[in-house]
Design a protein around this ligand. Structure first.
Ligand SMILES: [Zn+2]
Length: 253
């Protein structure tokens, strides 16, 4: 019982560490694999012992061992958040392919949420990665059950939100909605199916609008709303709770 969540916590930490590298390097168009990790302050190459997720940050009290410069709190926060998502997924999803693909997609959502919040762009690589999870999920479903009908919900999911948004995008000449958001909703629809992607989109709009209006009123935030972080949150919410919520709603009507 405890082994599976513990295992996913461990791998979630390690993947979170790699996700940190992606979050920093992908928007700057740098390689995420070849360049070694260095301290951004003094440029010193980091020892493997300084790269242990969460542990190194705590042991070094958030400072570089060479120059004493502060290490961004982003590192431990992303590592812990990614591990938490993976543990929750391990507790939620029974089938192994669905669990692994969900973990992969959740990490991508976490990464693109941070990048969009910072730069205002959702990198296409992250979106494409979720799309690949969708294709793999469909392949597994078809392999288990060869009827095309089992995957039609995912094909519809690709267009369910993205197509109406694309029409809005074309009519308003790109002002009302971003192209990156549309691509993300297409890829996520392919992975989640049409019901969950619609639910995730509405959850994102609701939390995004409420949070942003509050921030505009009290924190003096600008009019521009970056939807990416809210989409990630809404889609993750749909992934975990969507099926149960939709079932309950169907019973109610
Ligand atoms: Zn340093």
């Amino acid at each position: 019982m405890v082994v599976k969540p513990a295992l996913f916590a461990l791998f979630g930490l390690l993947t979170g560490s790699f996700l940190n590298v992606c979050i920093l390097r992908v928007p700057a168009h740098k390689s995420v694999i070849t360049a070694p990790s260095r301290c951004p302050d003094c440029g010193r190459r980091l020892h493997p012992l300084e790269l242990i997720p969460l542990f190194s940050y705590i042991a070094q009290r958030g400072r570089c061992r060479g120059c004493g410069g502060k290490i961004s709190a982003q590192y431990p926060v992303i590592e812990a958040a990614n591990a938490l998502l993976w543990v929750l997924a391990a507790l939620r999803f029974g089938s192994v392919p669905q669990l692994i693909l969900s973990c992969a997609a959740l990490s991508a959502l976490l990464g693109l949420a941070v990048i969009d919040g910072r730069t205002g762009e959702i990198p296409f690589g992250f979106t494409a990665f979720i799309g690949v999870c969708g294709v793999l999920n469909i392949s597994v479903k078809l392999w288990v059950n060869l009827y095309f009908i089992t995957v039609i919900s995912y094909i519809i999911g690709f267009f369910a939100v993205s197509l109406p948004l694309y029409i809005v995008y074309s009519v308003t000449k790109r002002r009302a909605v971003g192209g990156g958001d549309i691509k993300l909703l297409a890829a996520s629809g392919l992975f989640l199916g049409w019901k969950l992607v619609i639910l995730g989109f509405f959850a994102a709009c609701l939390t995004g609008t409420v949070t942003h209006l509050t921030r505009m009123k009290f924190a003096g935030a600008g009019r521009e709303l970056r939807l990416g972080p809210y989409l990630a949150l809404g889609l993750a919410f749909a992934m975990f709770f969507g099926d149960a919520l939709i079932d309950r709603y169907i019973i109610l009507i």
